[in-house]
Structures are given as structure tokens and as C-alpha cells.
Design a protein around this ligand. Structure first.
Ligand SMILES: Cc1cc2nc3c(=O)[nH]c(=O)nc-3n(C[C@H](O)[C@H](O)[C@H](O)COP(=O)(O)OP(=O)(O)OC[C@H]3O[C@@H](n4cnc5c(N)ncnc54)[C@H](O)[C@@H]3O)c2cc1C
Length: 433
């Protein structure tokens, strides 16, 4: 069966805004907050039940790397205020997903951002070759929303792809994408004795041997590595160990298959932890992520494409819109468990922190639309670094600041005065590049 149904749709205009942000993950949240604080009328559209994206609904363990930024710092500060029952002893970078959801909602409300959950952004609105809004599908039906600028922070660049922006997927040589993961949390861990191997290169000795070697032998393929992270709650540990390869995170069929495969791995993973890892003998499942952990999909062709070399060199671009970014090359093995040969975690060396150029947010051939978050223009290797959440927050802040400057002067996004954008970022507390 291979045919197409042609429909004539009449879509009501539901609202008009200065800026529409599609997707409320770390990048979209940061973009919406920034635009709201700078006085823009902002609509934030999110397909799911909550804000935070992978940080919250993806059950993330921690904000990773040494990236700095004022908005990122504010999120950490506001979400790491301990309750009496919590112990936050180790780091304010640890994530309590439900707490982060509440903090983010509070911040969005303070910034006057209009939020619409359960709204899938299905397509861009395009007039005279310029993106001027989006179309959502939801329980309320199909609705159109207009804006002066659209920021695509869907992770996969759904709006940009539907607008016809050119992209590649995965790694350059064969399109292979990093594996996906359903994160989960366990309780009952004895923190006095527990180990927390936080990178593939951490191969701690345990009574049965070396923990990563044991994982490779005993866990169901393509699972096989051991990544365990402490939390801010007593006895609770975040587990980043389910693993499914060969998945395209923009295919619903693949996402469904990956949910089933990853969830099938959870029981054997817990049995492995109980048998081989000290402190985990009495651990048990308490929750699984409601959002599939997709690491990599589309890499858009932007006016500039960030490379691995830019990151190692700690490059400062003249048109920086995010600064003080820092993380390793976190490339999970595209074919199985563990780290890819191009990845470097504990052994990563860079000359300094790096910047993100504005041009990487501009999808080639498209007007009225900015990318923010993991889908900006970068190589497979560069993406493995800038995809982490603190850097996505900085990118979101930069994208929204540029959008506000463009909106104030009624200039196309490509003609925005970058000096003015940078000045406005500095006024928000961003360190100059
Ligand atoms: C398993 C895993 C482990 C990771 N570990 C870490 C870690 O320890 N530390 C770290 O800092 N980073 C980690 N990362 C990386 C990081 O979480 C992501 O790369 C980062 O969250 C990307 O941010 P984003 O805002 O671009 O996208 P996302 O966080 O993916 O957010 C995108 C949002 O857009 C919504 N959305 C998507 N499509 C649509 C649509 N069409 N319409 C409306 N809404 C839509 C989604 O529901 C989501 O809320 C990990 C990633 C994964 C997958």
C-alpha cells in the first residue's frame, strides 16, 4: 500500500506573538525565558506534559561539563536549594527532575512567557519565503500561530526540516547516529559502599573483576556499559545503561521499537547491579523516563558548521552568541555499548572553553527561523560536545537575544547587528567571547 491522501485543511489562527519557541528543553526554556525577560511577547510550545525536555522528562542525572553562564547558573542555584530530606552533599549539578520542572515553570511565569503544553509543532507557517509562525496539532485540533521570529528548539529541528532546511543525519561517513537510552532511577542503594562509574573509561575494580568488563560480558547486547550517577535523594541512583543502536529518533516506528527494546533491558540491568556492583544488592526500580533519550538526529547545514577542531582549539568566533562552553567528545558507540573510537571523556584535552557562532543557528536558505540546542549546525564530533544541557542553555539564551534584536529593529535575522546582540548578552551577565 503506497498512496498519499490529499486533504484541504482550514486552520484557525490561534494567536500572534513576537517570538515563538518550539520545544521546551534546556535550549527552548532558555530561549523563552530570555526573550520574555527582554520584553518580547513569547509563546513556548511543547509536545509533552512538562518543561525541561531531556533534563526533566528524560530523567537526566546531572548538568555536565564546566560550562558557565548566568542563566545556567540561575537554574542550578534555584533548583539545588535542599529540602530537609535531601542531602545535596555532592554537587549542585545533580538533577531532581521534578524539582527542576517546578523551578522552570516558576521562572517562565515570572518572565511572562505564555506556555502551551501538549502541543506538537507540526509545520512552519511560511509567507513570501519567510517563516512567520507555526502550526500545532493537539487535542484542540490544528491551530496556526504567527510570530516575527520562530526559534526551533525541538532537538530534532522539526520546524527547520519541514521548512525545507538542508540537513545531514548522524556521522558524516554513513549517517550512523548515536544510540538511544531510556533513563531510569533505582532506590535502595547503600551510598556508603556504592560506586558511581560516570564515564565509559571508569573501569572500577569490584569483587568479580572490572566493572565495565563485567558489563560487557553479562548485560544484554547492545547494552553493556555501566554508567551510574548519584542523586540528591537518599539511596536513589540514576541509571544510564539501557542502549539501543540503529534508531532514527525522527521515525515514530523506530522510537516505538526503541522504547520496547530499552525497557526490556531494565530487569536484566538491575539483576546485574544486584549481583556484581557493591552497594546495589538491594536496589529496586522506582521510575523510568517519560521521554526517550535521543542523543543525535539531524545536523542542519548552517551558515557555519562547528567542527571538532573548533572545540579542541577553544575557538572564539567574532559572531559569538554563547561563550564559556566546555565539554568532552561524548560519542557513544554507534554499533554497540561503550564509547566510540572518536569519543574522549576522561582523556579529552582542549586548549580552553569555546564559543558558539551565531551563523551556526541560521539554517541555510531559510529566513525567519533560528535553531537552538542540539540541532544547530555542527559535525557529528562537534555535536557530541555542544549537545549537553548547559551548552544548550547558553545557545538558547544567545538565540533569543539575537531574535529580540532583530525584532526591535525589524531586520531579517541574517542582518542582525551582532555587536548589539553581544552587548545585550553582556548586560545579562554573559562573559564576552
Ligand atoms: C540518554 C542521554 C543522556 C544524556 N546525559 C547528559 C548528561 O548527563 N548531562 C548533560 O548535560 N546532557 C546530557 N545529555 C544531552 C542532553 O540531555 C541533550 O542533548 C539536551 O537536553 C538537548 O537539549 P535541547 O533543548 O536541544 O533538546 P531536548 O532536551 O531534547 O528538548 C526538546 C524539547 O522539545 C520537545 N519537542 C520535540 N519535538 C517537538 C515538536 N515537534 N513540537 C513540540 N515540542 C517538541 C520535546 O518534548 C522536548 O521537551 C544526554 C542525552 C541523552 C539522550
Amino acid at each position: 500500500m503506497n498512496y498519499t491522501i490529499t486533504e484541504t485543511l482550514s486552520t484557525p489562527l490561534a494567536g500572534s506573538y513576537d517570538i515563538i519557541v518550539a520545544g521546551a528543553g534546556p535550549a527552548g526554556f532558555a530561549a523563552a525565558i530570555t526573550a520574555g525577560r527582554l520584553g518580547a511577547r513569547v509563546l513556548l510550545l511543547e509536545q509533552g506534559h512538562a518543561v525541561g525536555g531531556i533534563a526533566t522528562s528524560g530523567f537526566m542525572s546531572h548538568w555536565t561539563g564546566d560550562t558557565e553562564g548566568p542563566l545556567y547558573d540561575e537554574i542550578l542555584e534555584r533548583s539545588s536549594q535542599p529540602e530537609p530530606e535531601e542531602f545535596y552533599g555532592t554537587s549542585r549539578h545533580l538533577i531532581n527532575p521534578d524539582k527542576v520542572k517546578l523551578v522552570m515553570l516558576e521562572m517562565l511565569q515570572e518572565a511572562g512567557v505564555e506556555l502551551r503544553l501538549y502541543s506538537f509543532v507540526a509545520a512552519p507557517l511560511i509567507e513570501d519565503g519567510t517563516v512567520c509562525g507555526v502550526i500545532t496539532e493537539s487535542k484542540s485540533g490544528r491551530e496556526a500561530w504567527r510570530s516575527k521570529v520562530v526559534i526551533d528548539a525541538t532537538g530534532d529541528g522539526d520546524v527547520a526540516a519541514r521548512a525545507g532546511a538542508p540537513f545531514k543525519v548522524g556521522r558524516e561517513q554513513d549517517g550512523g547516529m548515536q544510540p538511544v537510552t531510556v533513563m531510569f532511577r533505582i532506590a535502595g542503594v547503600d551510598y556508603e559502599r556504592a560506586i558511581f562509574p560516570g564515564s565509559f573509561e571508569t573501569n572500577t575494580a569490584v569483587p568479580g573483576g572490572l566493572v565495565q568488563d563485567l558489563g560487557h560480558t553479562h548485560l544484554p547486547h547492545p547494552a553493556g556499559h555501566v554508567l551510574l550517577y548519584p542523586s540528591s535523594l537518599p539511596g536513589i541512583v540514576t541509571v544510564n545503561m539501557t542502549n539501543q543502536t540503529g534508531i532514527d529518533g525522527t521515525s515514530t516506528a523506530d522510537l516505538t521499537a526503541a522504547e520496547l527494546a530499552c525497557r526490556r533491558q531494565i530487569k536484566p540491568i538491575i539483576e546485574f547491579l544486584r549481583s556484581f556492583v557493591p552497594g546495589y544488592e538491594k536496589s529496586y526500580l522506582i521510575g523510568t523516563a517519560s521521554l526517550m533519550g535521543v542523543r543525535e538526529t539531524r545536523h542542519f547545514v548552517g551558515d557555519y558548521t562547528i567542527t571538532g577542531e573548533d572545540i579542541v582549539e577553544g575557538r572564539t568566533f567574532d559572531d559569538w552568541i554563547a561563550t564559556r562552553c566546555s565539554f568532552d567528545f561524548d560519542i557513544h558507540n554507534v554499533e554497540g555499548a561503550g564509547l566510540d573510537k572518536d569519543g574522549a571523556q576522561r582523556y579529552f584535552r582542549a586548549k580552553g572553553k569555546y564559543t558558539i557562532p551565531y551563523r551556526a543557528l541560521l539554517p541555510q536558505g531559510i529566513e525567519g527561523l533560528l535553531l537552538a540546542g542540539r540541532s544547530i549546525s555542527g559535525t557529528h564530533k562537534a555535536h557530541s560536545s555542544f549537545r549537553v544541557m548547559p551548552i544548550c542553555v547558553n545557545i538558547g539564551q544567545g538565540a533569543a537575544t539575537a531574535a529580540v534584536v532583530a525584532m526591535r529593529h525589524e531586520t531579517p535575522l541574517r542582518e542582525v547587528n551582532i555587536g548589539e546582540v553581544q552587548q545585550l548578552l553582556i548586560e545579562q551577565g554573559v562573559t564576552a567571547g
